[in-house]
Design a protein around this ligand. Structure first.
Ligand SMILES: Cc1cc2nc3c(=O)[nH]c(=O)nc-3n(C[C@H](O)[C@H](O)[C@H](O)COP(=O)(O)OP(=O)(O)OC[C@H]3O[C@@H](n4cnc5c(N)ncnc54)[C@H](O)[C@@H]3O)c2cc1C
Length: 501
């Protein structure tokens, strides 16, 4: 349980961040993994509470106090085994999860939360260095086969779990490399791509087959795959970006943030000489913030990732307009008290690097010059989020902008392609209706953002794991026990007391 009263002696020491001016000159992680001795001290802070709310905060049901204690005692091998029981990819969540577990940590009521995320990262990287994480192919094969469409965290987790149960798994991915938004949305400064490749190589060595550059619905039919495989998992993400519906949004120089981020991630791969992505062409017009004034509409993860890329490109200015109100001094919005996940963090890595976030603001119209965007006109708003934002008269302002990126979220998955071809039923929000991960079509299952709507990597992994158990049962396997953090009966997508992310 960590050290008795350790939290009174040891204060939280967060991730060691690299100097902001240095890191904007490269495409490497903006933080360092902490030394083992520091991690052991931090593990001492865990109180092993009677009711570990961190379990409930984590969609994976990670047994956090257990591995905090194992780190404190230097039992790294036991810690990674425990961690891998509930999370296939701690090296992803350890780097880029917004850590709802820390929001739910009991210490966070009146002190700084335990550094759960960096302990998680420390455990998995210690294990890789020690050579403990090696391919573990299944001892026997079931004779059954599954096609997984989409190689984001949901597809990878489903593939890993189904392969463990002896099924032959092929992952079809339309992009040139695996990882989904982790590869083409999240910048290298948050998640270097060798981290994804290292895990993908392990999965391959365990028997998972990856077919990249294959778009299901174009290069191969979804119905054809249904004939070739015993089951199909749709893990195609939620990729239809919300459209900006204000005057001027049709001007040149206005783009969806994801189009920019795909190009920047490919540029980083080229700069690092990473193959095969280094050679991938960028379809469409080149989008660059170099020498430009950038305004991002939207202040969430995607907006921040745009700012950080723009800094590395040499933008003249980079500002994100965020309808959310500034976070109160108490550190949380009244609508998300402890133990709920915080909706925004006061600062992020991108703001430390020179980007600016203007809280409580909303774009009204875009002004053009010779058909290209030149200024963004905006207004201050009252309220806490997009749903209740109301303009405040007299707070109008404008900013120069020769590049505008729209980062206001995603509506739902793409309906054309596999969902339309298979005729799977959709829910009221336009995502795949699959309360128990089984869709309306026999033998077809769904997981991740495609089922849940835009969410987080930790949720995608949790969904992939749960979906795999349902598929395994459908294929005649045992399915295994209901996973920790399993859904509350009757409330799909929710764990315990905490609402979905
Ligand atoms: C810019 C950005 C930054 C983010 N940062 C964070 C973060 O820091 N932390 C966090 O927790 N979450 C973050 N998220 C959210 C997180 O990335 C997603 O919730 C998560 O990746 C969803 O996983 P998924 O597997 O469901 O879908 P995706 O990651 O979207 O993967 C779906 C995959 O399916 C493939 N595909 C789609 N259709 C087909 C087809 N017809 N044939 C073959 N392949 C197909 C796609 O190419 C893609 O690779 C971020 C999202 C964005 C956009």
């Amino acid at each position: 349980m960590g050290e008795i009263g350790g939290f009174l002696r040891v204060h939280r020491v967060g991730f060691d961040k690299r100097d902001a001016a240095t890191r904007t000159g490269d495409y490497e992680h903006y933080f360092e993994t902490q030394p083992d001795a520091e991690l052991r001290e931090q593990g001492a802070r865990c109180m092993d509470c009677g009711v570990p709310f961190c379990h409930l905060g984590c969609p994976l049901g990670n047994l956090i106090p257990d591995w905090n204690d194992q780190v404190y005692r230097g039992r790294w091998r036991e810690a990674i085994d425990q961690l891998h029981n509930t999370n296939n990819f701690p090296e992803f969540t350890g780097r880029i999860c917004p850590a709802p577990c820390e929001s739910a940590c009991v210490l966070a009521i009146n002190d700084d939360a335990v550094t759960i995320q960096q302990l998680e990262l420390g455990i998995v990287e210690h294990a890789f260095r020690a050579g403990w994480i090696v391919p573990e192919p299944p001892a026997t094969r079931s004779g059954r086969s599954v096609a997984v469409i989409g190689s984001g965290p949901a597809g990878l987790a489903a593939a890993a779990e189904l392969n463990k149960r002896g099924h032959r798994v092929t992952v079809f991915e339309r992009d040139e490399g695996v990882g989904g938004l982790m590869r083409f949305g999240v910048p290298d400064s948050k998640l270097e791509k060798w981290v994804i490749d290292r895990r993908a190589r392990l999965l391959e060595a365990e028997g998972v087959v990856f077919e990249c550059g294959v778009e299901v619905g174009r290069d191969v039919g979804a119905e054809e795959l249904r004939g070739r495989f015993d089951a199909l998992v749709l893990a195609t993400g939620s990729r239809v970006g919300r459209r900006l519906e204000i005057p001027g949004s049709e001007l040149a120089g206005v783009h969806q943030a994801m189009d920019y981020l795909y190009q920047r991630n490919r540029a980083a791969a080229r700069a690092k000489g990473e193959e095969p992505w280094a050679g991938a062409p960028d379809p469409g017009e080149e989008i660059s913030a170099a020498g430009r004034h950038l305004v991002v509409i939207g202040g969430g993860d995607t907006g921040m990732d745009c700012l950080s890329n723009a800094g590395r490109e040499g933008a003249l200015s980079a500002t994100a307009l965020d309808t959310y109100a500034e976070i109160p001094a108490a550190g949380r919005y009244p609508s998300t008290p402890w133990p709920l996940q915080a909706k925004r963090t006061p600062t992020t890595y991108a703001l430390e690097e020179g980007g600016e976030r203007r809280w409580g603001t909303q774009a009204l119209r875009l002004e053009g010059m010779e058909d290209r965007v030149a200024r963004v006109h905006a207004v201050g708003v009252r309220g806490t989020s997009t749903s209740d934002a109301a303009p405040v008269p007299g707070t109008e302002f404008s900013l120069p902008a020769d590049l505008v990126l729209v980062a206001i979220g995603f509506s739902h998955l793409e309906h054309e392609g596999p969902p339309a071809e298979l005729g799977v039923a959709l829910d009221g929000r336009g995502n795949i209706k699959a309360g128990t991960y089984a869709t309306s079509v026999d033998g077809v299952f769904a997981a991740g953002d495609a089922r849940r709507g835009q969410s987080l990597i930790v949720w995608a992994i949790a969904e992939g794991r749960r979906c795999a158990r349902v598929v395994d049962r459908w294929l005649g396997g045992e399915g295994g026990p209901l996973p920790l953090g399993a859904e509350t009966p009757g409330v799909p997508g929710e764990t315990g007391i905490l609402p979905s992310a």
